[in-house]
Write a protein that binds this ligand. Structure first.
Ligand SMILES: [Zn+2]
Length: 436
């Protein structure tokens, strides 16, 4: 048995705090301690009391002293494309042009296994440097692009979801698979990676326009082929895209109906963007428990639209936060939260600071259907943690010196923070990244 203690200013959530800072959903322990046994949370509380309990139970205890820093559950990125890291910050064009001009050429380069291996390792390390411990990750159409990312995640010890992009029409030939190749390759990937350590497979049709009805039906059938499989795709991002879907699937009532008709909805499914949903789509998603990956920097960068995050959450929709790299402009979930706040201001319902941090932790775990394992410091959960130090950024430190309430402090981290204030990241209670 291995035991450790992490000291710091502990913050986590048991529920969506909504607009309230006094909600019982918010658990804040200044000068607290987390007691971790074999990578899982045993207990949390006041430092002196928890320390005494740990030393009573174990002959040796490793101490990680982060007093003065915020200690939160590891951050969760609900949607990103690891092969697109090299086309972040590419100028111009909205969704469909951007796919054509930047995304497809970048993904075509992944025919080379070495490109996939090197990119996967780089992205994995950069996620940890941002305090991101779990992500739902799109690979490319190539099966070995999933092998590359899963292997990097396994070496790091991170809980990750990843899947091979499915795309059998309206894309360059070099990036298309087929129903037959999917029937062969995807079950093999599931057998190789799904449930191995902390890894899970997620079925990944890119979006309705690039899949034939036959391929969408295959994704729906495969989703049922093993317990605990996930599904990720895109929905209602851009006006031209929505019109295209209407043209390609004239019999469907709306965009979401295309996914419903192929068995691609429910609590294991998450869709990026969801900016222009009609009332029927919103009600159907809430009822099915289908989640939304809110991608604020990408929505602004590609000019796709404004997401009304608070109203969607209040309607009962499950929402997680996502960077959507390479359409997104940052891998940081702090900068992503700042963009989320800006969206919410434009929508006329500003995102409260505590609710933003809920989205980046437990909200994301729920959106991905992983909240039994991660998302907060409940006993028995996996001890993935991020440590934030406001002193690392002078403007942030200056602002924090003038902040009194917890919300003020958290909001300063939201708006002024980035990877510079992530001083340590832990996976299963083990140090996985430390800032020099
Ligand atoms: Zn995306």
């Amino acid at each position: 048995m291995s035991a450790c203690l992490v000291f710091g200013d502990l913050l986590d959530f048991t529920e969506d705090p909504g607009g309230s800072s006094a909600a019982p959903a918010v658990r804040h322990t200044p000068d607290g301690a987390l007691w971790i046994v074999d990578g899982h949370i045993r207990a949390r509380g006041a430092r002196a009391a928890i320390t005494a309990l740990a030393y009573e139970a174990h002959a040796t205890v490793v101490e990680h002293d982060h007093r003065g820093c915020l200690v939160l559950p590891g951050l969760i990125d609900c949607h990103l494309h690891y092969p697109q890291i090299g086309v972040m910050a590419s100028w111009g064009g909205q969704l469909l042009d951007w796919l054509e001009g930047y995304t497809f050429p970048a993904e075509a380069a992944f025919a080379d296994v070495e490109v996939a291996n090197q990119t996967a390792e780089f992205v994995m390390q950069r996620l940890l440097a941002q305090g991101t411990t779990t992500a739902s990750v799109f690979a490319t159409v190539h099966a070995h692009s999933v092998d590359a990312f899963m292997a990097a995640a396994e070496r790091a010890g991170a809980r990750m979801l990843c899947g091979k992009v499915m795309m059998d029409r309206n894309a360059p030939a070099a990036l298309c698979d087929s129903v037959a190749s999917g029937e062969r390759d995807i079950p093999a990937l599931i057998a190789r990676w799904h449930g191995r350590g902390r890894l899970r497979y997620t079925l990944t049709p890119r979006f309705a326009p690039t899949s034939s009805p036959g391929q969408l039906a295959l994704a729906g059938a495969l989703l049922q082929s093993a317990p605990g499989l996930h599904l990720q795709s895109h929905l209602s991002e851009n006006a031209a895209e929505i019109a295209w879907v209407q043209q390609l699937f004239p019999q469907a009532a709306d965009y979401y109906a295309v996914y419903e008709q192929h068995g691609l909805t429910g609590p294991q499914a998450i869709y990026g963007h969801c900016l222009h949903l009609n009332p029927r789509e919103r009600a159907a998603m809430a009822q099915a428990g289908t989640a939304i990956a809110f991608c604020p920097t990408s929505n602004l960068f590609l000019g796709s639209g404004v997401f009304d995050v608070c109203r969607r959450m209040d309607e009962g929709l499950k929402v997680g936060l996502a960077t959507d790299v390479g359409g997104g402009s940052s891998l940081s979930l702090l900068q992503t939260q700042a963009a989320a706040y800006q969206h919410s201001q434009l929508a006329g319902a500003p995102l409260p600071p505590l609710r933003g941090w809920y989205l980046a932790t437990l909200g994301g775990a729920r959106a991905l259907g992983l909240d039994q394992m991660i998302g907060n410091f409940a006993p028995g959960k996996e001890a993935d943690l991020v440590v934030l130090d406001g002193a690392t950024i002078p403007e942030l430190a200056w602002r924090l010196a003038r902040a009194e309430r917890l919300e003020e402090r958290l909001f300063a981290f939201t708006m002024l923070g980035d990877a510079r204030c992530v001083v340590a990241t832990y996976l299963l209670g083990r140090l996985a990244h430390r800032q020099r």
